[in-house]
Design a protein around this ligand. Structure first.
Ligand SMILES: Nc1ncnc2c1ncn2[C@@H]1O[C@H](COP(=O)(O)OP(=O)(O)OP(=O)(O)O)[C@@H](O)[C@H]1O
Length: 259
């Protein structure tokens, strides 16, 4: 799979400067700068405890910042509420769009669409609007290859298909920037390939920032890679450049020695 050329000189769609998150006296994120180019698939990698999840939590405003500034598509979101960040177009998969296990695939996507259209705050809507919602839900299920499983209850779907459904519910919020938190975690190789293809498909017209431990997936999918260790950025660049960096090798080897 070859990644398309990304204009890293373009104005970043997501930008962070000097981000710090302290828990008590401990800095889980310690002065991180990050620029994500529009249209790119950008990976965040690093050993366990590097601060990747905490950084995701800061970007989505789930965690409050101890210091720093975050800009999304020209908006300063450093102190914005999480729901407003979603409205501005950045959605973290497996967080806001968690699936409901006992609803069908179609119902799950419909609930996410209702949230986007504000139907969940309105008691009554014309039947025609609800039908339009079903048509949109079906096209999202088609986008992730679940159209034939529309009436299956989510809990009965395979692991890879649950992930596909989660991606559909994230797409329902029409994000400009999708944050994927370890989309391949716990997957068999066959499912990894399916979800990797799916990410390539849904990236069109969007930007993806993903935390991923599977470096083969990072190599195949990602245009840029930022390496974190102990809350700081160790390296940033293309996969080959970052992989060859002795500081990065040392951080990974050092981390496995600690285990
Ligand atoms: N709420 C919290 N209170 C105290 N310490 C925390 C909290 N959340 C995270 N940490 C610490 O911050 C550090 C970074 O954790 P984080 O989960 O962000 O790392 P990570 O890179 O996502 O790790 P992994 O790859 O293992 O998921 C860890 O040492 C963790 O123990």
């Amino acid at each position: 799979m070859s990644a398309p050329a990304i204009d890293t000189a373009a104005q970043p769609i997501l930008s962070a400067r000097g981000l710090v998150k302290s828990f008590g006296g401990f800095k889980a994120v310690d002065g991180v700068d990050l620029d994500v180019a529009p249209g790119s698939i950008h990976a965040l990698i690093g050993p366990n405890g590097a601060g990747k999840s905490t950084l995701f939590g800061l970007l989505t405003r789930f965690h409050t910042l101890s210091a720093g500034k975050i800009t999304l598509d020209g908006h300063d979101i450093s102190h914005t509420k999480p729901a407003e960040v979603v409205r501005l177009g950045m959605v973290r998969s497996f967080q806001i769009s968690a699936i409901f296990p006992h609803l069908t695939a179609l119902e799950n996507v419909r609930v996410a669409l209702q949230r986007r259209h504000g139907f969940d705050r309105q008691f009554w809507k014309p039947v025609a609007s609800l039908r339009a919602l079903d048509a949109e839900a079906m096209s999202l299920l088609e986008a992730v290859g679940l159209q034939d499983l529309r009436d299956h209850v989510a809990v009965n779907l395979s692991y890879g298909r649950k992930r596909a459904l989660e991606i559909a519910t994230t797409l329902a919020l029409d994000p400009k920037v999708m944050l994927l938190d370890e989309p391949m975690a716990g997957m068999a190789a066959a499912d990894v390939a399916v979800v990797a293809e799916l990410i390539l498909k849904v990236r069109k017209g969007r930007t993806v920032l993903m935390v991923e431990h599977n470096l083969g997936v990072v190599e195949d999918l990602c245009d840029r890679v930022t390496v974190l260790a102990r809350g700081r950025v160790l390296a940033e660049g293309g996969f080959d450049e970052v992989r060859a960096d002795p500081v990065v090798k040392e951080a990974y080897i050092g981390a496995s020695d600690d285990d």
